[in-house]
Design a protein around this ligand. Sequence first.
Ligand code: SF4
Ligand code: MG
Length: 319
Amino acid sequence: RFDVSAPWLTRVIERRPRQWLQAVDGVSFEIERGRTLALVGESGCGKSTVARVLVGLYAPSAGQVLFDGRDAHAVYASADALALRRRVQMIFQDPYASLNPRWRVGDIVGEPLREHGLAPDAAAREGRVAELLQSVGLAAADGAKFPHQFSGGQRQRVSIARALATAPEFLVCDEPTSALDVSVQAQVLNLMKDLQRERGLTYLFISHNLAVVRHVSDEVGVMYLGRLVERAPTRRLFAMPRHPYTRMLLDAIPSLAAPGRARTPVQGDVPNPLQPPSGCGFHPRCPLANARCRAERPVLRAVDEGGVVACHAVEEGRG
Ligand code: SF4
Ligand code: MG
């Protein structure tokens, strides 16, 4: 059993200029080996912070991340850090910004091999790089080119090849296809699914786009203002969204809106996370909000079919 779990990953504090922001609060989840958990929500909800905590770029101010039962941040701070980093890799949103424009693609993909001492010499490294490029649908000869000679989708394939270089088990993917055209997105998502099947990879897949998430994830967590407001198996979440925010996100997707009902754009804006609303953080935008919602913060409760929801209306049977 793979235990990339973050039980009680509370109060991860993200340093912002001049202010401290509680970016993530009480987010808790587990991901089973070989499965995909998607985290969704509008920008600023704390998804990327969770990603950065999982790969060790930020340390949580409270709570812990367990990887195979071991406290990941204790390992990241120890002499075993490199061994853990080999097993946990990250794919970033922007394949333009995350690839060094002055490096040949072969050197970019081969760098983790060098860093982790995974190829004894240049010839071995070259051979591994060729295999990695081919495994993501590029040609071995592409290693001699520079990033600017590739399209956005090809660059994201290069990022994936680089992430696979250390033969990781867990990949944290932060909006991996958001910068790409829709048709290219589908190709990259299919590649990621194939690689998962072939290599038994485990994914945390972060996206603001529920339509994308539907095709790649086994389970979905919906975040709002740094908190998890609903988590459920993907099929259940799309068939029967429970949290009013999840419903608002789903209603905004044309192909997923209930038949006969027009698509409803997402209403309102995310509040300033430095001044979160009282009670339920979603109450200023929620059609079901009442006095209790404005006063009391709802906690996650188990609902049907393995899901959890934080909403007074759902708990009271009026949602
Ligand atoms: Fe809406 Fe109240 Fe549920 Fe929050 S707790 S989502 S305000 S009904
Ligand atoms: Mg982000």
